[in-house]
Design a protein around this ligand. Structure first.
Ligand code: AMP
Ligand code: MN
Ligand code: MN
Ligand code: MN
Length: 286
């Protein structure tokens, strides 16, 4: 079996809150000599056909393409992200799940628009513009609209001042349960991967509980080599992978060019003793 070294199994396009079209994402990945690429937009597979076609058109220079998704879900009141890799995009249960998430997202952005109205911003107008576009509606779209209209300096300020939990525009999301989400990915033939677990602000014990629940629900892997992560966090995620028998994944969580610490195609090696999930993907797609 060929050994792949340049892997990226977590990226976004403008079908959710990334800025590149799927084919432009593929072009960026080719430039960075990525050998295996998963497109994992938030709660949609809308970009996967275009990305796959762009890979096919580029021939041998192109990465192997893995259709994927990043599903928002709930575990004990916390928002957790689960990446589904090598999913059957047409699968009925997955399509139904995605349909529910798209509805929740649209309702949430509309509700946040009203909250922003009450705070004196043109929230509903901006929300309606976002909802008129295709693709997953996210808080990042509201953040970019607030920047564009001159209400805040940059998207980070938009979150900090208006959009994050506790701020005037925030509306909590009612995401589906973690176990149901993992099962949905499995039903669609995919491998479920726990995304960026270092970001959930959990204690060591809490992280172990999450990883245990995730594994017992049918989870296959956990992101370990993550762009911009500290060495200490990598060690903690690697320890979780070993303890719970989860395979390791490599993830940039790429959203847009120009963020130096988060380019597409991060190429970081997995620590020793971790089963690479890309080897399983290679076996499935020889
Ligand atoms: P949503 O899934 O609609 O809540 O949108 C969340 C997206 O916005 C995430 O995927 C991030 O890209 C971005 N985001 C969320 N929280 C923050 C934050 N506190 N600061 C900056 N960006 C954020
Ligand atoms: Mn995002
Ligand atoms: Mn995420
Ligand atoms: Mn992501």
């Amino acid at each position: 079996m060929t050994t792949l070294e340049r892997i990226d199994l977590h990226t976004h396009s403008n079908c959710s809150d990334g800025t590149l079209e799927p084919s432009a994402l593929v072009a960026a990945a080719i430039q960075r000599q990525v050998q295996m690429l998963a497109l994992t937009d938030h709660d949609t597979v809308a970009g996967c056909n275009e990305a796959r076609a762009a890979c096919a058109a580029a021939g041998t220079a192109a990465p192997r393409f893995i259709p994927g998704i990043e599903l928002s879900c709930d575990w004990l009141g916390r928002e957790i992200h689960v990446v589904g890799l090598d999913i059957d995009m047409q699968h009925e249960a997955l399509q139904a799940h995605v349909g529910l998430l798209q509805r929740l997202r649209r309702e949430r952005v509309a509700a946040m628009g009203h909250r922003l109205d009450a705070a004196g911003l043109p929230g509903s107008v901006l929300a309606q513009e976002i909802l008129a576009q295709e693709g997953s509606a996210t808080r990042m779209h509201l953040a970019r609209a607030l920047v564009r209209e001159g209400h805040v300096e940059d998207t980070q300020a938009a979150f900090d001042r208006w959009l994050k939990r506790g701020r005037p525009g925030y509306v909590p999301a009612q995401w589906p349960d973690l176990a149901a989400t993992v099962q949905c990915i499995r039903q669609a033939g995919g491998l479920a991967v726990l995304a960026h677990a270092q970001r959930y602000q959990l204690s060591a014990g809490g992280l172990r509980e999450l990883a245990a629940r995730f594994r017992d629900s049918g989870g296959a892997g956990i992101e370990v080599s993550i762009a911009g992560i500290s060495p200490g966090d990598t060690d903690r995620l690697a320890a979780l992978a070993r303890r719970f028998g989860l395979a390791g994944s490599i993830a940039s969580d790429f959203h847009e060019p120009g963020i130096p610490w988060r380019p597409v195609g991060r190429f970081a090696k997995l620590p020793d003793g971790i089963q690479p999930i890309h080897e399983e993907l290679l076996r499935r797609n020889p």
